[in-house]
Unconditional design. Structure first.
Length: 366
């Protein structure tokens, strides 16, 4: 079996592709795999680090408004499609798997032109423009949420698989995971994270929440600030003597490489609503307070968060409405009603699809 995986630009496209590739390699050691991404994208770092070959194309996403850059983008897309055809001729794949994003468009288009079977995967509730354009013509469309189905014109080729990233999520028991972070194994743990770079408004609200909650000793906090805001947050926490008051009950990190392990340690998470995050928390059945980023295309994080909230798996707070007191109210309410946390965990787990990678691979084997 020879498979090209294409897509990239953001971790939301790359991590599911890597999860699928690792699964294929594990169950079929003779499979030949090749990644194709965008030159200059984060895939240039992540894919080789994971031990997979990568080729890149010079391609850019379409501008959100009509401007002079549109012509250059269209020109690059056409040129990249020609280069993609050369890659297909050399590698001769049986399947091209597009994980979304503008980086997937040239390879998928060239594959369709050559009658190579294309499978696309959509991580968010609202499909991206690349997947919407490709969906009517491809072999299979794999979706992460049932509610995505009605957003495609053709539905006969749609399969609900979940996100392959969820296939890799697991971890030790909660108490063991807490010990691995040097935290109390018996004390309820709140995890708060705003993405790899962090989020200014969310960090401000979390610091205010920690100050307001400094007298409470019935929970502990693992606080991941994001690389961009770490120094600023630590400086403010020290100035307010919050680190001194909390002591061992507060751990602060700029970034956490093993987010599933951090989630396994937690009883509740305050987080964004990116596709990878949603896949991880539903795979683990982790109750969540979701604060979607408003700075994304089509406001898809809000729609992702609404999907969990609608099923009772999360509390949804829009960024414009959050503050320290609002977070304090929600966290206290949830920690003081353990029955609701248990219910949220069960409903979250029902939305998870831990066999996603296996299902997509099975579509190829059929």
């Amino acid at each position: 079996m020879r498979v090209i995986l294409t897509g990239g630009g953001t971790g939301g496209h790359i991590y599911p592709a890597l999860a699928l590739a690792r699964y294929i390699r594990r169950v079929n050691s003779e499979a030949e795999l090749l990644f194709v991404g965008a030159a200059g994208g984060m895939e240039e770092r992540l894919i080789p680090q994971s031990g997979f070959p990568l080729e890149t194309l010079k391609v850019k996403g379409l501008p959100r408004k009509l401007n002079a850059g549109l012509l250059r983008t269209v020109f690059l897309m056409g040129k990249a499609t020609g280069e993609a055809g050369k890659i297909l001729s050399r590698f001769r794949p049986q399947f091209v798997v597009g994980m979304g994003g503008y980086a997937a468009a040239p390879l998928a288009a060239a594959a369709l032109h050559r009658c190579v079977k294309v499978i696309i995967h959509e991580q968010n509730v609202i499909p991206g423009i690349t997947n919407r354009m490709l969906a009517p013509w491809v072999y299979k469309v794999c979706i992460s949420f049932e509610s995505s189905r009605r957003r495609f014109v053709r539905r006969s080729n749609i399969c609900l698989t979940g996100n392959p990233r969820a296939s890799e999520v697991g971890g030790p028991a909660k108490e063991t995971a807490r010990r691995m972070f040097d935290m109390d194994p018996d004390l309820p743990l709140l995890l708060t994270v705003g993405g790899s770079q962090g989020a200014a408004v969310l960090n401000q609200s979390v610091v205010d929440f920690l100050l307001l909650s400094s007298a409470q000793k019935y929970f502990q906090v693992l606080y991941i600030t994001g690389n961009r805001y770490y120094d600023e947050v630590v400086s403010r926490l020290k100035a307010l003597k919050i680190t001194e008051i909390y002591g061992d009950r507060l751990q602060i990190r700029s970034y956490e490489q093993d987010m599933p392990l951090a989630m396994a340690a937690a009883d509740l998470i305050i987080t964004r609503a990116g596709a990878t995050t949603i896949a991880e928390i539903t795979a683990l059945g982790l109750p969540a307070v979701i604060v979607p980023s408003p700075n994304v295309v089509h406001n898809h994080q809000l729609i992702n968060g609404m999907e969990l909230s609608r099923h009772g798996a999360a509390v949804l707070l829009e960024e414009k409405n959050i503050s320290g007191p609002v977070l304090q109210q929600e966290v206290y309410r949830l920690f003081n009603t353990p029955g609701q946390l248990i219910s949220m965990a069960e409903k979250s787990r029902m939305l998870g699809h831990t066999g996603a990678a296996e299902q997509i691979y099975r579509l190829m084997c059929e």
